[in-house]
Design a protein around this ligand. Structure first.
Ligand code: PMP
Length: 282
């Protein structure tokens, strides 16, 4: 069961117009919220980022945070499985014609579609994963969680073709992020990650990992990170709501550090898992 424009229905009964602006232009924004044992994780933070994405594209938020929370909880309740990945999107709706400027008086399309949550396998956690890199050829508003995901599609396909789990991106010699993750480097016991700006998505997991590092007194620098630093790092990790903290042990065929999951990755993942358990019990 999913939610579409005011009603709960089966996926096969959920119809969106072919002229929906999400379909024609990618004119919309989205969120992916992990759900553990039917509890949405960092829901307020995801709803705040959704609100920021909507504001950035001048699309009025159709719901208050409370209304969103109720819809999300109802969708979660309707599923047969406990751990979920709740995909949510809002588009500028169906204008009935293909014209670029905003249409007047058109209701947004609201979709909330859950699926079973897939997190990294125990093997991927224990051994780490491989990644490739590519020039960051996306636009200059990567802080908006936009439906325009063609770069991500192309880069993730390229990674997959090479047996890799992610593609890291560089712009002008600096690290931006992964195709669908934020990236952290570790050198001599100090963690570093790029600052939040228009070149990266403000990750919910990124924020939490920084907060946990600071809470536990782990050296953590938020500052621009060079490509050379990435290539000479002792450890590299990606973070995202579904991948959590996942070590990258090989980049473009070269071992990262000693090629094994490093102690800092293990430590921060442990803090993350502990935090998750505490919150989920509350
Ligand atoms: N950057 C990009 C480009 C992403 O698509 C994602 C996944 N949503 C992230 C970073 C990680 O964000 P989060 O921790 O909120 O899942």
């Amino acid at each position: 069961m999913l939610y579409l424009n005011g009603r709960f229905c089966r996926a096969e009964d959920a119809m969106i117009s072919a002229l929906d602006r999400g379909c024609l232009f990618g004119d919309g924004v989205y969120e992916v919220i992990p759900v553990y044992s039917r509890n949405p994780f960092r829901l307020d933070e995801h709803l705040a980022r959704l609100d920021a994405s909507l504001a950035a594209i001048s699309l009025p938020n159709p719901h208050t945070p409370l209304q969103w929370a109720e819809l999300v909880r109802e969708v979660i309740r309707l599923q047969a499985y406990d751990d979920q990945s709740v995909y949510l999107h809002v588009t500028r709706g169906n204008a009935g014609e293909r014209d670029f400027p905003f249409p007047a008086g058109v209701a947004p399309t609201v979709l909330i579609n859950p699926s079973p949550l897939v997190t990294p396998s125990p093997e991927a956690k224990a051994k780490g994963v491989r990644a490739i890199s590519h020039a960051d050829f996306r636009w200059l508003r990567c802080d908006i969680k936009s439906l325009n995901l063609l770069p991500t599609v192309l880069l993730r396909e390229a990674a997959k073709q090479q047996g890799c789990a992610e593609c890291l991106m560089f712009r002008d010699g600096m690290l931006s992020e992964g195709a669908a993750s934020n990236v952290f480097v570790v050198k001599q016991g100090v963690i570093a990650c790029p600052p939040k700006n228009h070149l990266i998505l403000p990750g919910i997991t990124y924020d939490l990992v920084i907060e946990l590092a600071r809470q536990h007194g782990v050296p953590m620098e938020v500052r621009p990170v060079t490509e050379a630093e990435v290539r000479n790092a002792d450890e590299l990790w990606m973070t995202s709501s579904t991948r959590e903290v996942l070590a990258i042990v090989e980049l473009d065929g070269q071992a990262v550090g000693d090629g094994c999951v490093g102690p800092m990755a293990r430590q921060l993942d442990q803090y993350y898992q502990d935090f998750k358990r505490t919150v989920m019990r509350a």
